[in-house]
Design a protein around this ligand. Structure first.
Ligand SMILES: O=C(O)CCC(=O)C(=O)O
Length: 304
């Protein structure tokens, strides 16, 4: 990472590195994506929930981001994606962005939007504050807990749609207005990234306000996203399966524990879906396990 990139990354919360892949490498990956898409279609994957595999107009629109699909597919199809996982252009930058011990938290996931696919609302704005993916700097170093690396396999020119971001929002003191979140009256703040096949886009997932513009181009959007975190951050992916007290510890430890005791025995992960309890102290001093009805409560603040 050179001085200009470092400055730009810190200032804006994203970075595009041009022409990381050669034309041949782009072609190889695109052929693998074609094959993989056919495989998904053959298997009848058609699910309209976000985050699940989706098929739109006979083409795969978005794969599941919770599991490393592209690392699971048999060789040689997965070879290009295994190379990208530790490509030198990624390693040199991630070492600075989220620490030398960075790791893959989840992904890689494919976004393969075709014309007419809707966008995705803006999110990840630090609203509410999430310490594990936040951006901060101290003692001359900057640090971001969650960095997504988005490899590009098709051009996204101005107006085509695709990755949307608010430059500098990772340092914003104020919450994003709701209107902006849903792309209403947004043009003053939200920009579309312009990328070409072979480019790599880094962004501060979680810290920066970002989302997706509807896809308008005649060709298919093709981005493959790898979700990295610092060694000590835990977002979702495999951590979600390992986190329950009986797995993270083992049943001989957790057996006979009260609900309150079990509540602190969960392993680290953050994209939980309501099953993670938290603790509260009643006026009479009793410590109680509270059912989490809104996962964001866990991170809302330490005072309530
Ligand atoms: O690349 C995009 O369109 C945005 C992806 C996104 O919002 C995410 O991965 O959280």
């Amino acid at each position: 990472m050179d001085e200009r990139e470092r400055y730009f990354w810190d200032l804006t919360g994203y970075l595009v590195v041009r022409d990381v892949l050669t034309k041949d490498e782009v072609q190889e990956a695109n052929e693998a994506i074609d094959d993989y898409s056919k495989q998904l279609l053959r298997e009848g994957m058609d699910n309209s929930d976000r985050g699940k595999r989706k098929v739109f107009g006979g083409k795969v629109v978005r794969t599941d981001n919770a599991y490393p699909e592209f690392l699971r597919i048999p060789e040689p199809l997965s070879t290009p994606f295994r190379k990208m996982l530790v490509h030198p252009a990624i390693v040199t930058r991630l070492r600075e962005m989220c620490g030398k011990g960075f790791r893959l938290d989840h992904g890689p996931e494919l976004i393969a939007h075709t014309r007419g696919v809707e966008g995705l609302r803006l999110h990840g704005s630090g609203n509410r504050h999430k310490p594990y993916v936040a951006y901060h700097h101290q003692g001359g170093d900057s640090f971001c807990g969650g960095v997504t690396v988005s490899w590009q396999f098709a051009i996204a020119g101005q107006g085509d749609g695709g990755f949307a971001y608010v430059s500098g929002s990772h340092k914003s003191k104020f919450h994003m207005p709701d209107d902006l979140k849903y792309f209403r009256d947004h043009k003053f703040a939200v920009r579309q990234a312009e990328v070409r096949a072979g480019d790599v886009l880094f962004f501060m997932d979680g810290a920066q306000t970002h989302g997706t513009f509807p896809w308008k181009a005649a060709h298919q959007r093709r981005s493959v996203l790898y979700k990295y975190t610092s060694r000590a951050s835990s977002r979702s992916g495999i951590a979600e399966n390992l986190a329950p007290p009986e797995t993270y510890w083992d049943e001989t430890v957790t057996e006979g524990m009260t609900d309150a005791q079990k509540a602190v025995m969960w392993g680290p992960y953050s994209n939980f879906h309501e099953e993670l309890p938290y603790l509260d102290v009643q006026e009479n001093g009793a410590v109680e396990s509270v059912e989490c009805t809104d996962p964001r409560d866990i991170w809302s603040d330490n005072r309530g």
